[in-house]
Design a protein around this ligand. Structure first.
Ligand code: BGC
Length: 398
């Protein structure tokens, strides 16, 4: 398997444990999803896509389409279901996933934390616990033995969203379409946890980064300073913290326009996706440029980018636009090393199964997977890129 850095551009897709595995009963999300309290999450994840048992099926579809990378997360709450317990069986499970990816020719990109916490960690205050960073580092030590053959490790997915989710009344604000600023104490703790994890992982030669949600904040004329301040605790703080990392993950979906009074709604008549976000493929280009600048030139992997839609042709259109923007960043000398689409398959979109982001659909009764045309299309883009060294997805028919 080629080791990336010297190896090929990564073309792949991403998932997260809680969104696909099913039965993730030891997480704080599961508790919330199944609580009767007001304000709880209404649609539970239940069996998700049963990827806990069927992960090979989506990996095989990605590989046979011509992709060469797969990003997935290992679930802390499975590996350490109680503070004093390390589950060997769960570690073995994730080791089998890594082997399956490698056997299929997919470079595994492993995320160690993707939004969910073990119940016991949440009970201690999660990232507010005084020893949160040390507890995370201890978990990273547990995972280390299974990471042989994994070169790229993402410590924490979207720490900016994790800090936002830790702010007061976060879920209510997000449901009302507002993005609260990330909690500052939690933001610092997340950096401490990341740095501690990074030093453990580097001791075994891993290349370590984290993936930040790029929100393409766009200032209206005169609102530049307001936009700058608005972006700091929602994105830029976390990009600045990646300066000493081996790589930086960029994730982008839509933009946020900032006027003199703060964030503005999308323009009247703008097309919206199933998440309600403005259809804006250029978000990726914006986010990559910002990440490159703030991090002082960290090598970039796009670790998520995609669209929630039932119209697969629209997924191809959106991705075409995003990749054209990505090519412009490369033409300008930005060191972009991979593009991993969100998502490999339709999944649990944090409270609802409605927004479908997948290149692969699954049947909710039988769990049977069906590749959408966009998967073959992305595979063709990848193959074309490998020969011509330029991304021109518009030339590939959907
Ligand atoms: C997250 C994913 C999520 C996706 C679409 C990112 O914020 O990392 O878990 O499903 O965006 O909302």
């Amino acid at each position: 398997m080629p080791i990336h850095g010297s190896g090929p551009f990564l073309w792949g897709a991403s998932t997260a444990a809680h969104q696909t595995e099913g039965g993730n009963v030891n997480t704080d999300w599961w508790v919330n999803e199944n609580s009767a309290d007001p304000g709880h999450i209404t649609e539970p994840s239940n069996d998700a896509a049963d990827s806990y048992h069927r992960y090979k099926e989506e990996m095989a579809l990605l590989a046979s389409a011509g992709l060469n990378a797969y990003r997935f997360s290992v679930e802390w709450a499975r590996i350490q279901p109680e503070p004093g317990l390390v589950s060997r069986a769960q570690l073995d499970h994730y080791r089998r996933m890594i082997d399956a990816a490698r056997d299929l020719g997919l470079v595994p990109v492993v995320t160690l934390h993707h939004f969910t916490n073990p119940r016991w960690f949440a009970d201690r205050g999660a990232w507010r616990a005084p020893d949160a960073a040390a507890l995370f580092a201890n978990y990273v030590d547990m995972v280390m033995p299974i990471l042989d053959g994994v070169e790229l490790v993402c410590t924490i997915n979207e720490p900016n969203m994790a800090a936002i989710l830790a702010s007061e009344n976060a879920i209510e604000s997000l449901q009302a379409g507002m993005l609260p600023a990330g909690d500052q104490q939690v933001s610092h703790t997340l950096v401490d946890a990341h740095v501690a994890a990074r030093s453990i992982l580097r001791s075994a030669g891993k290349r370590v980064g984290w993936s930040v949600a790029g929100q393409a904040f766009q200032a209206e004329p005169g609102a530049e300073e307001i936009a700058k301040a608005y972006a700091y605790w929602r994105e830029d703080f976390f990009l600045d913290a990646a300066r000493d990392d081996d790589w930086l993950g960029v994730q982008a979906y839509t933009r946020t326009m900032i006027g003199p009074e703060g964030p503005r709604r999308a323009p009247v008549g703008a097309e919206r996706t199933l998440t309600g976000w403005e259809y804006y493929p250029a978000a990726l280009e914006h986010a990559v440029r910002n990440a490159w600048e703030r991090s002082g030139g960290a090598p970039i992997y796009v670790t998520e980018n995609g669209i929630a839609t039932t119209d697969d042709q629209r997924r191809i259109d959106y991705t075409t636009g995003a990749l054209e923007g990505l090519q412009r960043t490369i033409d300008d000398g930005i060191d972009v090393r991979g593009y991993l689409h969100w998502s490999a398959l339709d999944n649990y979109e944090w409270g609802s199964y409605e927004p479908t982001f997948g290149l692969i659909a699954f049947n909710k009764q039988t769990f049977e997977r069906t590749a959408k045309p966009s998967l073959a299309w992305l595979g063709a883009v990848a193959r074309d890129h490998a020969t011509r060294k330029t991304m021109a997805p518009a030339l590939i028919e959907g």
